[in-house]
Ligand binder design. Structure first.
Ligand code: CTP
Ligand code: MG
Length: 239
């Protein structure tokens, strides 16, 4: 069974602060997106990567990726396609799926903003889909206690806590999330609510999503401090 990875990379990166779109920002001198593509291509299972670029930036992203490919323009045994994305992450993933050729029955969806995911995590996700799960997410226990609050009526006012979910049963989930292709396509065709990950759309179809162990280094680069951590992780790898 052939596996493709869709990499949504069309976001602006508002929380990271002013600058280029997040996926194109440098990490150790190389754009974050290039790290993410390499992370997918490193897995022997992944034979195609579909990069979803900023809506007006597909041409630029294509030349950028060409610059960082191996001599001869390849990514090992992995092909790379670039398509323009949309207004929301969900829309961008859908556009990536629409561009997926026939013959790929397992699809990974991986945030460009998680450039340092280890290949073992990617392989564990693929393995669990091959074993029959329709949807798989890498997950980690939480360090912080989580509170549910009643949002303040006026911004800046204190927010009352309404509940404290049992932390031992909560997980923070990462990407790549892995899917049986037909299931993910159906989820994107059916679910219209705003969601923050693809697995939740499969949950809404009434199917069971399973977890595999996530990895600390698969964290998402969201705010400036995350970039500091990412640089440090990369520097440690290069020792
Ligand atoms: N993404 C996308 N298309 C969008 C919005 C987000 O492809 N319209 C992608 C981002 O490029 C990123 C991933 O979805 O790789 C996860 O989203 P997030 O971390 O929220 O990135 P941004 O949306 O770029 O950041 P922010 O929310 O701070 O603007
Ligand atoms: Mg976002």
């Amino acid at each position: 069974v052939r596996t493709a990875a869709v990499i949504p990379a069309a976001g602006r990166g508002v929380r990271l602060g002013p600058g280029a779109p997040k996926a194109l920002r440098a990490l150790g001198g190389t754009p974050m997106l290039v790290h993410a593509v390499r992370a997918m291509a490193e897995s022997r299972a992944v034979s195609l990567v579909v990069v979803v670029a900023p809506p007006d930036g597909a041409g630029e992203v294509k030349s950028l990726l060409d610059t960082h490919a191996l001599p001869g323009g390849s990514w090992g045994n992995t092909d790379v396609l670039v398509v323009p994305g949309g207004e929301s992450r969900q829309e961008s993933v859908k556009l990536g799926l629409d561009a997926l050729p026939e013959g790929y029955d397992i699809v990974l969806v991986h945030d460009a903003a998680r450039p340092l995911v280890p290949v073992d995590t990617v392989d564990a996700v693929v393995e669990a889909v091959r074993d029959g799960a329709p949807a798989v997410v890498p997950a980690l226990p939480l360090a912080d206690t989580v509170k549910q609050v009643e949002p303040a009526a006026t911004p800046g006012e204190p927010e009352p806590v309404v509940a404290t979910p049992d932390r031992s049963r909560l997980r923070a989930v990462q990407t790549p999330q892995g899917f049986d292709r037909a299931t993910l396509v159906r989820a994107h065709a059916t679910v219209t609510d705003d969601v923050t990950d693809d697995a939740s759309m499969v949950e809404q179809l009434g199917l069971t999503v399973v977890t595999v162990p996530g990895h600390e280094e698969a964290f998402k680069v969201t705010r400036p401090l995350d970039l500091v951590l990412a640089e440090a992780v990369l520097a440690r790898r290069r020792l």
